[in-house]
Design a protein around this ligand. Structure first.
Ligand code: HEM
Length: 450
């Protein structure tokens, strides 16, 4: 960072955190971290990321300015590269401008309605086996269980791979890779988290590389085959390396975030049995083999999904680097400023939400529509050119899982204490969410038709 930029950034009000303390506090409790920074310095404040100044932008207006970014004044690549480049190089989120548009366009058909319908059919037997397993356990820690299930689904739908013996190893590799994205010591051999992340990436690269050659010609319908065979209007394709990078990024983007969302929904519904019952009745009204259109009828489930994402935003911050000088809330940000927006804080702002810390899914109902008070007050999927490509996939998967769970199980928290939440890098309950899961009268015996 040029000296003049650094000097300009040092004039921005401090968030009150010193280097290292800053990263530590962010990692241990991102919400409390953001609340304190906002209370001390307002919507624009200066913090740190690995000894370099980083500017926090904490308002719906900032979300809009940075994420919508119609004029291309921010770089996603330069923002994410400093955190993710060694671990998820050249993933879609780490690209800008025409390069990003080309890569996204080629990927789009794999996320269209028809493809989603195929994925839905494919994920049902996995969900059925997952629910069997949970019912057989009774008391369990839900987070590792759902993580296992979403990874098995991703492996099948994305790679046409049935992970049985390998599932724990691959799951550990993804966890190590994601954990490494928050490592402060980034020297191979010195930082343990970092080194483990790099090794995990190596193994995943081999795992995917080994499957590419066959898919260039194959007739499969999995996502990898679609990426291997995608062509633009000039007959251009992704290279093998690009496919590896996209697949590792997609597997991470898909399974950790959805795992987080389903976990928070299960947590909320364990504490709100009235909502559990409402959603169960809604799920029971669907046909035996629901398609995408049927899942659209799970309207209240969608409110609970949205409310879970609001309260426990899977990705607490989104980063960029400014490419030009910017003025925001009366503060001057020179070109080259690393910025982080904090949807996690805006999601709890009393400016936009009534009683923001309360679980109240009806705030998303058409009659109240609190999320419409500002287009970026609710931004769990980001917005603009980099808006989550998998948001419909995520919603479909969440509903498919919740439908089977609601019809076959009832559950409650297995501890009196509310779980402590770790928000970064991706939100999860520190204790793994102990739940007591029992069969509903309708769910005893045979599985609900998948
Ligand atoms: C609840 C689940 C999910 C949440 C909360 C979520 C959140 C996000 C957010 C906030 C971004 C934007 C990051 C930025 O602007 O820098 C993003 C991008 C992305 N997500 Fe998701 N995501 C979820 C599920 C998924 C799934 C299931 C997939 C794939 C199947 C996926 C694939 C992607 C991709 C490819 C991008 C990059 C898009 C681009 O840069 O053009 N996500 N996601």
């Amino acid at each position: 960072m040029p000296k003049t930029t650094r000097q300009a950034l040092m004039r921005i009000p401090s968030s009150g955190y010193w280097p290292l303390v800053c990263e530590y506090r962010f990692l241990t409790d991102s919400l409390d971290f953001a609340r304190k920074a906002f209370a001390r310095a307002g919507p624009v404040s200066r913090g740190w990321w690995i000894f370099r100044p980083s500017i926090y932008l904490m308002s719906a207006e900032a979300n809009e300015l940075v994420l919508f970014d119609r004029e291309g004044r921010f770089s996603a690549k330069q923002g994410w590269d400093r955190i993710l480049a060694a671990l998820f190089p050249r993933g879609l989120m780490l690209r800008d401008g025409e390069d990003h548009r080309w890569h996204r366009r080629l990927m789009l058909p794999a996320f269209r309605h028809q493809a989603l319908q195929r994925y839905l059919e494919r994920m049902q037997p996995h969900i059925e086996r997952g629910v069997d397993r949970w019912l057989a356990s009774g008391d369990l820690r839900f987070y590792p269980e759902i993580k296992r299930l979403t990874l098995a689904i991703a492996a099948d739908v994305f790679l046409d791979a049935q992970l049985d013996a390998e599932i724990d190893d691959i799951s550990r590799d993804f966890s190590d890779l994601v954990a490494a994205s928050m490592a402060v010591v980034r020297v191979p051999g010195l930082g343990r988290t970092w080194t483990r992340g790099l090794r995990a990436r190596e193994r995943l690269v081999h795992f995917i590389q080994a499957r590419i050659a066959g898919r260039r010609q194959g007739e499969g319908r999995d996502l990898l085959t679609q990426l291997c065979q995608a062509r633009d209007e000039n007959d251009q394709q992704y290279s093998d390396d690009e496919i590896v990078d996209h697949m590792i990024f997609l597997m991470m983007a898909a399974h950790d975030t959805t795992t987080s969302a389903i976990t928070t929904m299960m947590h909320a519904l364990a504490r709100h049995p009235d909502w559990q019952q409402r959603l169960r009745a809604e799920a029971a009204a669907l046909p035996q083999r629901p398609g995408m259109e049927d899942l659209d009828k799970m309207v209240q489930c969608e409110w609970v999904f949205k409310e879970a994402l609001r309260l426990y935003q899977p990705l607490p911050t989104i980063v960029r680097r400014s490419l030009v000088d910017i003025e925001l809330h009366g503060v001057h940000l020179p070109a080259g400023t690393p910025v982080s927006v904090f949807p996690i804080l805006v999601h709890r702002s009393p400016l936009w939400w009534t009683d923001p810390d309360r679980f109240d899914p009806e705030r998303f109902s058409p009659g109240r529509a609190e999320h419409r008070r500002h287009p970026f007050a609710w931004a769990p999927f980001g917005g603009g050119a980099h808006m989550c490509l998998g948001l419909h996939f995520a919603e479909m998967q969440v509903k498919a899982v919740m439908r089977q769970v609601l019809l076959r199980c009832q559950w409650q928290s297995a501890t009196a204490q509310p779980p402590r939440w770790q928000y970064a890098p991706i939100a999860k309950p520190v204790d793994g969410l102990p739940l007591r899961i029992m069969a509903t009268p309708a769910g005893q015996g045979a599985a609900i038709a998948a």
